[in-house]
Design a protein around this ligand. Structure first.
Ligand SMILES: [Zn+2]
Length: 76
Protein backbone atom coordinates (compact mmCIF):
# COMPACT_ATOMS: atom_id res chain seq x y z
CA UNK A 1 0.00 0.00 0.00
CA UNK A 2 1.42 3.34 -1.04
CA UNK A 3 1.86 5.97 1.61
CA UNK A 4 0.96 9.50 0.69
CA UNK A 5 3.98 11.63 1.31
CA UNK A 6 3.07 15.23 1.97
CA UNK A 7 5.62 17.75 0.76
CA UNK A 8 5.72 20.33 3.51
CA UNK A 9 6.78 23.90 2.85
CA UNK A 10 8.00 26.30 5.53
CA UNK A 11 5.55 29.10 6.22
CA UNK A 12 2.57 27.18 4.82
CA UNK A 13 -0.30 26.02 7.01
CA UNK A 14 -1.24 22.43 7.63
CA UNK A 15 -3.62 20.30 9.57
CA UNK A 16 -1.65 17.99 11.74
CA UNK A 17 -0.86 16.84 15.21
CA UNK A 18 2.13 16.60 17.51
CA UNK A 19 4.07 13.34 17.36
CA UNK A 20 3.54 11.43 20.61
CA UNK A 21 7.11 10.13 20.51
CA UNK A 22 9.27 13.18 19.83
CA UNK A 23 6.87 16.13 19.98
CA UNK A 24 7.52 17.30 16.43
CA UNK A 25 4.51 18.50 14.46
CA UNK A 26 3.44 16.11 11.73
CA UNK A 27 1.44 17.50 8.83
CA UNK A 28 -1.50 15.60 7.42
CA UNK A 29 -3.04 17.87 4.80
CA UNK A 30 -2.49 21.49 3.74
CA UNK A 31 -4.82 24.12 5.19
CA UNK A 32 -5.89 26.26 2.22
CA UNK A 33 -7.19 29.01 4.51
CA UNK A 34 -3.73 29.42 6.09
CA UNK A 35 -5.16 29.49 9.58
CA UNK A 36 -7.70 32.18 8.73
CA UNK A 37 -11.41 32.05 9.39
CA UNK A 38 -13.64 29.23 10.45
CA UNK A 39 -12.14 26.64 8.20
CA UNK A 40 -12.83 22.97 8.51
CA UNK A 41 -10.54 20.30 7.27
CA UNK A 42 -11.97 19.80 3.80
CA UNK A 43 -9.36 17.64 2.17
CA UNK A 44 -9.82 14.67 4.44
CA UNK A 45 -12.00 11.80 3.43
CA UNK A 46 -15.49 12.05 4.91
CA UNK A 47 -16.11 9.59 7.66
CA UNK A 48 -12.45 8.87 8.13
CA UNK A 49 -12.09 9.10 11.90
CA UNK A 50 -8.46 8.11 12.13
CA UNK A 51 -5.46 8.90 9.99
CA UNK A 52 -1.93 7.59 9.97
CA UNK A 53 0.86 10.12 9.82
CA UNK A 54 4.62 10.16 9.80
CA UNK A 55 6.44 12.87 11.71
CA UNK A 56 9.58 14.58 10.35
CA UNK A 57 11.67 12.16 12.41
CA UNK A 58 10.08 9.12 10.85
CA UNK A 59 7.73 8.00 13.62
CA UNK A 60 4.50 6.54 12.31
CA UNK A 61 1.42 7.01 14.46
CA UNK A 62 -2.34 7.26 14.22
CA UNK A 63 -4.38 10.28 15.20
CA UNK A 64 -8.08 11.02 15.43
CA UNK A 65 -9.04 13.53 12.74
CA UNK A 66 -10.99 15.49 15.35
CA UNK A 67 -7.73 16.10 17.20
CA UNK A 68 -5.93 17.64 14.24
CA UNK A 69 -4.81 21.23 14.67
CA UNK A 70 -3.91 23.93 12.22
CA UNK A 71 -0.35 25.08 12.46
CA UNK A 72 2.20 27.02 10.47
CA UNK A 73 5.06 24.82 9.41
CA UNK A 74 8.37 25.99 10.75
CA UNK A 75 6.79 28.39 13.25
CA UNK A 76 7.36 26.23 16.32
ZN1 LIG B 1 8.27 11.75 16.04
Amino acid sequence: MATEELQVIGGEWYWGVRCPECGAMAAHVPDPSRGQGDSKMTTGKPGEAQVTMTCPNGHRFSAQTENLLRFEWGAQ
